[in-house]
Design a binder for this molecule. Structure first.
Ligand code: IMP
Ligand code: MG
Length: 190
């Protein structure tokens, strides 16, 4: 056991209990979301706002599935750090570079869990008078919702399990995995 822990590096596919959403399923769903967004925002000044860092992989794939002209920017909020539970406290670490006034803003998130992060961001951005404000979240842990937030585009509704991969992390690791996987509980219950 002890020898194992020393010789096996943490943060690889070996720490995954099971694959929840495979690479092909992600790709197919992201294409569909991109097509839907392209249809809905045709002729509008679309501005995508991704929330760092978890949304980076999703954002990179999503914008290549969107065929209408658009601009992008990033925001950063306080993250979970090494914990897997939301505190409800949200802090802006990096703000947008441009004004969103009069623009059709679409927030791109990796996952909505309690909903506190998105509820806060939504209020913050609405106060800046965008023409519209919608939310696109790749994953939705519906049963965990505490804050009432309208999510306009959802990739997958998932059960209440801690997931990593495709941008999502635990302790800043596993973002590179090309699928969404459930982390072995012993990896975060140490
Ligand atoms: P909320 O404020 O509880 O909705 O939390 C949203 C944020 O928590 C997401 O943007 C993620 O950064 C993080 N998060 C929630 N659940 C998970 C998970 O299962 N894996 C990785 N990060 C998660
Ligand atoms: Mg996030």
């Amino acid at each position: 056991m002890m020898g194992d822990a020393v010789s096996t590096p943490v943060g690889t596919e070996a720490d995954i209990l099971r694959v929840l959403i495979a690479r092909d399923a992600l790709s197919e769903r992201v294409q569909a979301l991109g097509a839907q967004i392209s249809q809905d925002y045709a002729g509008r000044d679309l501005f995508l706002v991704a929330v760092l860092k978890g949304s980076v992989v999703f954002m990179a794939d999503l914008i290549r599935a969107i065929t209408v002209p658009h601009r992008i920017d990033f925001m950063a909020t306080s993250s979970y750090g090494a914990s897997t539970q939301s505190t409800g406290a949200v802090q802006i670490i990096k703000d947008l570079e441009e004004s969103i006034e009069g623009r059709h803003v679409l927030i791109v998130e990796d996952i909505i869990d309690s909903g506190h992060t998105l509820a806060y961001l939504r209020r913050l951005l609405l106060a800046r008078n965008p023409a519209s404000l919608c939310i696109c979240s790749l994953l939705d842990k519906k049963e965990r919702r505490e804050a009432n937030v309208p999510v306009d585009y959802v990739g997958f509704v998932i059960p209440n399990e801690f997931v990593v991969g495709y941008g999502l992390d635990f302790n800043e690791l596993y973002r590179n995995l090309p699928f969404i996987g459930v982390l072995k509980p012993e990896k975060y219950q140490a």
